[in-house]
Structures are given as C-alpha cells and as structure tokens.
Ligand binder design. Structure first.
Ligand code: GH3
Ligand code: MG
Ligand code: MG
Ligand code: MG
Length: 313
C-alpha cells in the first residue's frame, strides 16, 4: 500500500513554511583604510567569521564595492577623514538600496564628525580602540537585518517561494554563467491543474492552503541549489542550474509524484490536486531568458492539452 500524507485544511497551521536556502557562502566584508596595523587588526578579527577584502585607497574601495558587492563596509577614517567621506559619498546611495550597512571607525570622537557621518549615510560609528566582541556583535546584528530585509523583498508572502524580482535577477545570473562557461540550465513552469475548481468548490481560503502546501512540497523535495519562484497566481517556476532538459524533466516528474500523492481534507471532503509542467533548457537558438520561458510555456500548453498531470519538454 502506498503511503499518502494527508493535509487537514481546517486544522491548525500546515507544515511551517520552509525557507529556501540562499547561497551559503557567508558574508563579504569590505574594509577600507590604509593604516596597516589598524587594518590588519580588523582583518584578523573579521576573518574568523566572514570573507574579507581590503581596499587601501578611495578608487580601489569604490571599484571593489561595485564589482564585488560586499555585504558590509567598514571605513577606517584614521586622520584622513576626507578619503573616508569621499568613499562614503560614492557608495552611500547604492549601499542603502541594497541594504549594505556601513560602519565608520573614527579615532577622535567629536560629535560634529559623527553628525556629518550619519548624514552621509553611515549606519554606525565606533571609536578606536574598541572591544572586538562588541563590534562583531554589532556587525552580526546589522547583517541579520540585511538578510531579513532582503528576504522580504524577494519572497512571495503567501507561499515563501521567491518572487519575480528574484527571478529576474537569477535569470540574469544564470544567463551570464551560460555565456561565460556554456553551462546549460533549465527552467520549468508548473501550473496547478483545474485550480479554479478548488476555489469554486472549497473556497478561496482552502485554495490558499493548497497553494501553500504545494509550495512546501516543492521546496522540501527539490534539489538544493534549484530555485522555486511564484511566477503568477497558481503558476510557479523552477530554475535548475547546470541541468539538462532530460534531467530537469525527471526532477519535475518526481516533484509531481510527490505532490499528487497528497490528499487534502476539508470538512467531510477529501481531494487531491495535480499540476502540469513545461520544461525547457537553454540552447543555441535561444537568445534571451524570455525566449526560454516562452519555450517552457509552449511545453506547458501541450501538457495541459494532453490531459494535465504531466511534464512535457
Ligand atoms: P488549468 O488546469 O487550465 O490551469 O485550470 P485552472 O483552473 O488552474 O486555471 P485558470 O487560469 O482558469 O484559473 C486559475 C485560478 O487560480 C483562478 C484564480 O482565481 C486562482 N488563483 C490565482 N491566485 C490565487 C491565490 O493566490 N489564491 C487562490 N485561492 N486562488 C488563486
Ligand atoms: Mg490557466
Ligand atoms: Mg492552472
Ligand atoms: Mg495558470
């Protein structure tokens, strides 16, 4: 007998929403300053927890900031205040918009300098010499906030899947990777079957619960490193790096089996749900991410026409 998991719609929360792992490479901290002893103290302290890059002058600092996209920036003002403030001025806007906190290390505390620094966009200021543990805790707090804010703008609220903003960014990353190394990647569109019926029969709330459970099923069963995105109402996408069309179609088929094996219970009724999927991989004739999605969409259309509950390439 095949084991079926069953989901009580009226019962308390379903499975807790599953967070998708982001790339776990840890945070990158950029340290700006030219006083060797002070910088090496900072570097030693940080390197136990983060990847660290050092920029000794203004030009280098700005260049590294825009090319390496650090998660956190520390500017050691030392006595050359102007350099520090110039760096801050050059990065402040971009840093704010990508939630990158900036920390100034100052040598002589005076409030006008601190006021100027905050106005220029600095998040925090510490006075040197400082307690390593305290500054590390400060950085950790700020990085945690950055992570939460970023999650907020890239995740779909209902399902916890990534949103389309994330999709755009990820497709660009995958495309760049493909052009550089010719590593193929695949996308799949997943569209719930006859979902309107579920809403019409059991109500919108139940429809929402099914969407959540669908997302949870995909996120717990997908491979680590694949990205699951809410593309539209009841339409989702899986981006599979370094994956051929054949592999991708097998993976999605496995996800489909996992999903259809589940039953939902609403009051006296028991029902299950399926999805249809169209898979496409990058190939020479595809010149743009949109073309790839449109190819997957055509395959999805065929899957629907052919009776639903299936994966097509
Ligand atoms: P098909 O198999 O052809 O895809 O049929 P379908 O009924 O799934 O497709 P259709 O496009 O006709 O209907 C999709 C429905 O999904 C209509 C819309 O109200 C519903 N829907 C979209 N987003 C949400 C949502 O967030 N919550 C709920 N409950 N329903 C949603
Ligand atoms: Mg439809
Ligand atoms: Mg549908
Ligand atoms: Mg649809």
């Amino acid at each position: 007998l095949k084991k079926h998991s069953s989901v009580e719609i009226e019962a308390e929360p379903l499975v807790e929403s599953v967070a998708q792992e982001t790339s776990s490479k840890g945070s990158l901290v950029l340290v700006v300053g030219d006083q060797i002893d002070r910088i090496s103290n900072l570097k030693d302290m940080l390197e136990e927890h983060y990847a660290v890059m050092v920029a000794a002058n203004e030009t280098k600092a700005v260049e590294v900031f825009y090319s390496q996209k650090p998660d956190y920036v520390i500017i050691d003002l030392h006595r050359k205040e102007d350099h520090g403030f110039n760096v801050l001025a050059s990065i402040a806007n971009k840093a704010r918009h990508s939630f990158v906190p900036t920390l100034l290390v100052e040598e002589e505390p005076h409030s006008m300098l601190r006021k100027k620094a905050y106005e220029a966009g600095a998040f925090d200021i510490v006075h040197s010499p400082f307690e390593n543990a305290e500054v590390l805790a400060l950085i950790q707090n700020r990085l945690e906030l950055k992570r939460l804010l970023q999650a907020q703008i890239l995740l779909d609220e209902l399902t916890g899947a990534y949103n389309r903003k994330f999709l755009q960014e990820e497709l660009q990353r995958q495309w760049a990777e493909y052009e550089r190394h010719e590593t193929t990647f695949s996308v799949a569109l997943l569209d719930l079957d006859r979902f309107k019926n579920i809403n019409d029969t059991y109500g919108h709330d139940t429809g929402d619960q099914v969407l959540k459970q669908f997302a949870t099923t995909i996120m717990t069963n997908k491979r680590q490193g694949d990205f699951f995105i809410r593309y539209g109402g009841e339409e989702f996408m899986l981006v599979m790096p370094k994956t051929s069309q054949e592999q991708a179609s097998l993976i999605v088929d496995r996800l489909l089996q996992a999903f259809v094996a589940q039953t939902f219970e609403k009051e006296e009724a028991t029902f299950s749900c399926s999805f249809s999927s169209g898979v496409a991989a990058v190939q020479d004739e595809i010149k743009h991410g949109d073309e790839l999605i449109s190819k997957a969409d055509q395959a999805l259309y065929m899957a629907k026409r052919n009776g639903r509950n299936q994966v097509r390439v």
